[in-house]
Write a protein that binds this ligand. Sequence first.
Ligand SMILES: *[C@@H]1O[C@H](CO)[C@@H](O)[C@H](O)[C@H]1NC(C)=O
Ligand SMILES: *[C@@H]1O[C@H](CO)[C@@H](O)[C@H](O)[C@H]1NC(C)=O
Ligand SMILES: *[C@@H]1O[C@H](CO)[C@@H](O)[C@H](O)[C@H]1NC(C)=O
Ligand SMILES: *[C@@H]1O[C@H](CO)[C@@H](O)[C@H](O)[C@H]1NC(C)=O
Length: 445
Amino acid sequence: MHGIMFALLLSVVYEMGRVTSTSRGDVTPEVVYQWNIIEYEWPNETLKQQEINNNNYLPNNSAVNGIKLYRNRVYVTVPRLKDGVPSTLNVIIDATSENTDANVSHILRPYPSWEMQELGNCDALQIVQSMEIDPHTGYMWVIDTGSKPSGSLSVQPVDRCPAKIIIYDLTTNKEVHRYIFPPEVVGQGLYYLNDIVLGFSEGKARYAFISDTLAYKLVVYDYVDDTSYAYSHSSMAADPAHKNITINNMTLPGIVTGINGIAMSPDYQYVYYSAVAGVGLHQIETSVLISAKGDNAAFAAAVRTLGDKISPGDGMAYSDNHNLYYSALGPNAVYHWDIKTDLNAAGGDFNKIQLISHSELVSHMQMEWVDTLAIDNGYLWFTTSRLQKFFSTDGIVHHEPNFFIWKLHIGENSYLTKTGPTLGTSCVTASVASMATCVLVYLLS
Ligand SMILES: *[C@@H]1O[C@H](CO)[C@@H](O)[C@H](O)[C@H]1NC(C)=O
Ligand SMILES: *[C@@H]1O[C@H](CO)[C@@H](O)[C@H](O)[C@H]1NC(C)=O
Ligand SMILES: *[C@@H]1O[C@H](CO)[C@@H](O)[C@H](O)[C@H]1NC(C)=O
Ligand SMILES: *[C@@H]1O[C@H](CO)[C@@H](O)[C@H](O)[C@H]1NC(C)=O
């Protein structure tokens, strides 16, 4: 009886949630993966049962959030937002009868290994929300907040490990580099490394720009100098007017997460960011971020608010063709900002651009909490993590799909497609490689 009722309900829900497409034409998202409960590839069934019995694995507490792709492999994070998450960084594999007894088609294989997921071992990965992959080298830059879970994100954790960046070579699966953040940059009070974009200099990934969504900071890591610094600004805080987020009639109240979604322009000249609890979209020149070395006054003098997004949101992604895609929490949508149109209106000057020409790219009843976006090989991929339900008192329910990975053809590539121009170089003195971008910017204007 229940089963039939539920099936009926599902079909109604499905009809109501029919995909809408907008002026961008034929955009039909495909569900690539979906899970009721996230399943992992365990070394053996005995160990899995033992971890369940010890409460080290609480199957209800894993939510897929972060996503990035490399050579047709899909890497996902399960941040340790609650207790009982066995593995925080993973690659998706097909389920076989040998690696799972569960009724799922795809499972998560810990990346790079089970050993690197050991909770409480500060050398291993502790709580990974995001990573970025340099498509030119196959290096994955992983941000690890380090702190152990302590019930709620807004409670200061104890026995924390320091926050760090680890870079893996996805071809050899070897660690290339690691950097431990000094506590004055990341590690005092509340902090949470949320999202990361890369900045290129002289043809190589040199800078990581990272949102710290609980300290309300924008953190810069310089790989060449192996140093870091951070900026604070009021635009990074959670806006009291947007602390309640309602998705499909369920409200997650009291959201404290500030700066979260972060995006980089394909010429590596501008960084864009937004708070989860907030609607403003902000822009800062990369040259300021790397030259001001953490000087908040220089940041405040240079940052611009471009306008309001349609709603609060989570992740963002910028394509190689000057389109910015952003998560819209509430509308269950991904929005698209047509930057070229607004650049024309601004006389071709990125320093004058406003957020005007943005519209819905896609929405669906089941796109609950559009979380992280990634652009790969002509497709926009994104996770929906249903966090409003995950963080509710009852948590997720097993009998419906909770976590989805969607993909949608946009015919564009990631902002990381080109390795130039050199940061801070003007078009007059630019190298031949970066000249192309200068010409493109000129043509756009
Ligand atoms: C299961 O895997 C663990 C970890 O690799 C190992 O220590 C244990 O011996 C294995 N148990 C069985 C029954 O194979
Ligand atoms: C958010 O919800 C709480 C109740 O949970 C309410 O007291 C508060 O006024 C709401 N805030 C806003 C900005 O709507
Ligand atoms: C939300 O509530 C409104 C009003 O009660 C109802 O019409 C609508 O169907 C609900 N939507 C969902 C997704 O439950
Ligand atoms: C997990 O969620 C299900 C509801 O689908 C519930 O019955 C079960 O008690 C939960 N388990 C734990 C350990 O909370």
